[in-house]
Design a protein around this ligand. Structure first.
Ligand SMILES: [Zn+2]
Length: 384
């Protein structure tokens, strides 16, 4: 098996990066016309900047308003918009699902694709795969493409104006990267691109985890204050680039498979990918029998940035046995990344790990609440 490392052709990040989009495309020899696939808030926030930057670079562009779900139907709608406008480049601007849709449509039409994430809520932007959902939002399949995006452009000014909860969700997705990568490397399994991992990918996954621990809480405060700081820049890079390269070129394991299982429960649909991954990671760590110190570091970090550590926090306060079994079945379906774990994983083991992780999270919260109330008003709003 060859070792394989994949990445986007170019990655650009910074405050007001959108203003350079036209020049960035031009520099890559992508002269348009361009179809921008974008969510409503991206259009509201960025339409005038797109007009200016594309005009400056003499690139024609049209805008397709995203339908809300990365489903087969929406991918077809984007393709027909692209054909109608006779475009030669597709730009996705928005959250993970917008970018997934843009990538899928571009791959079908064999066009270059540019990803402009407006939130750092997942590690999808740099990857050469999409997660396809049904129109109802249930995980359907991974779709793999021949190549990674031609350009990923991240405007941190836009991210700083976004909901803090989405940044935290991105940290949940990135939190799992190092643990899933380590598991894949230890088991000598194939990464998401069909090759063995490299030392480079594993080192990036580790740097991703270290950056989260170092900068996560401060970056979250920056977004709560709607400002761009060096900590936010580093954290956005971790959520987007380091996590993206880490997961794709090292591999995924139980955390993402449990996430895919959780999407089978309608109660979880109001929660973001990274929030469910964070919960899935706890299940993975329990499943792998990781030491208490590892679990505590993850629980401590998740609590600090407001990531869920219990089932109740992802909409599953009630979890009937039958639904739990359904989740566990889905998580262990044939081809799932849970089979990258270095031992055979059966549905009953996953169900047990999910319940044990939940119990652990609840115990942690109880302990934490008690110590917070005993450290004289530390947690009182406005006390510092
Ligand atoms: Zn993910």
């Amino acid at each position: 098996m060859l070792s394989v490392f994949c990445s986007p052709t170019r990655y650009a990040q910074g405050k007001n990066a959108t203003a350079s989009l036209g020049q960035e495309l031009f520099g890559l020899g992508l002269t348009g016309p361009v179809l921008v696939v974008a969510g409503r808030s991206a259009i509201r926030l960025l339409a005038s900047t797109w007009t200016a930057t594309f005009k400056e670079a003499t690139i024609e562009h049209a805008v397709h308003s995203f339908g809300g779900e990365c489903s087969l139907a929406e991918i077809e709608r984007v393709k027909s918009s692209a054909r109608q406008a006779k475009v030669r480049v597709i730009v996705g601007a928005g959250g993970g699902k917008v970018l997934d849709t843009a990538r899928a449509a571009a791959a079908d039409l064999e066009l270059p694709v540019v990803n402009c994430p407006t939130v750092a809520s997942s590690d999808a932007p740099c990857s050469a795969l999409s997660v396809i959902y049904t129109d109802e939002g249930v995980f359907q399949e991974y779709r793999f493409y021949k190549k990674n995006p031609d350009l990923v452009l991240v405007d941190t000014q836009v991210i700083a104006q976004g909901p803090p909860r989405l940044l935290a969700a991105g940290m949940g997705d990135a939190l799992a990267t190092w643990f899933e990568a380590k598991t894949c490397v230890a088991g000598h399994v194939r990464n998401m691109r069909g090759g063995a991992s490299t030392r480079s990918a594993l080192a990036l996954a580790k740097l991703c985890y270290e950056t989260l621990l170092e900068d996560g809480a401060e970056a979250l405060r920056a977004v709560q204050t709607r400002v761009v700081t060096p900590a936010l820049e580093r954290l956005v890079e971790a959520n987007t680039l380091l996590s993206g390269l880490g997961f794709e070129s090292s591999g995924l394991a139980a955390a993402h498979a449990v996430h895919n299982g959780l999407t089978a429960a309608p109660g979880t649909h109001d929660f973001f990918h990274g929030e469910k991954v964070a919960d899935g990671l706890l299940a993975q760590l329990v499943l792998e029998g990781q030491p208490r110190s590892v679990l505590e570091r993850v629980l401590h970090f998740s609590t600090a940035v407001g990531l869920p550590i219990t089932l109740a926090e992802i909409g599953l306060a009630e979890l009937p046995r039958e639904l739990l079994q359904q989740i566990a079945q889905r998580a262990t379906a044939k081809g799932e990344t849970i089979h990258n774990e270095p031992f055979e994983v059966r549905p009953d083991m996953v169900a047990d790990a999910i319940l044990a992780a939940d119990a652990l999270g609840r115990a942690w919260q109880k302990e934490h609440d008690r110590s917070a109330s005993s450290t004289c008003g530390d947690s009182t709003p406005g006390s510092d």
